[in-house]
Write a protein that binds this ligand. Sequence first.
Ligand code: FES
Length: 106
Amino acid sequence: MTQLTIVAFDGTRFDINAEPGSTVMENAVRNSVPGIDAECGGACACATCHVYVDDAWTAAVGGPAPMEEDMLDFAFDVRPTSRLSCQIKITDALDGLVVNVPERQG
Ligand code: FES
């Protein structure tokens, strides 16, 4: 299991044991993290699973693929650390990952 922390917009921390191979979005939904709508179910087609990757983790997580980058245009308050959480797959290298939920989606 891999440790994943998702911080809701109100500061509530969700410390989750995430299965390698699952996505950050799947873990957020499974643990009822508020603010992750994930309307398309992970198809990179809605941009309602937007998160900010913690500064310490941006290099390890990497940047968005071109298709994800296009979808991020539809997200609210996009920043250099923005990613769509359905496109971040948990691996052992991401053990301890922290992401933050934005104020709102879309
Ligand atoms: S769940 Fe729709 S883009 Fe991530």
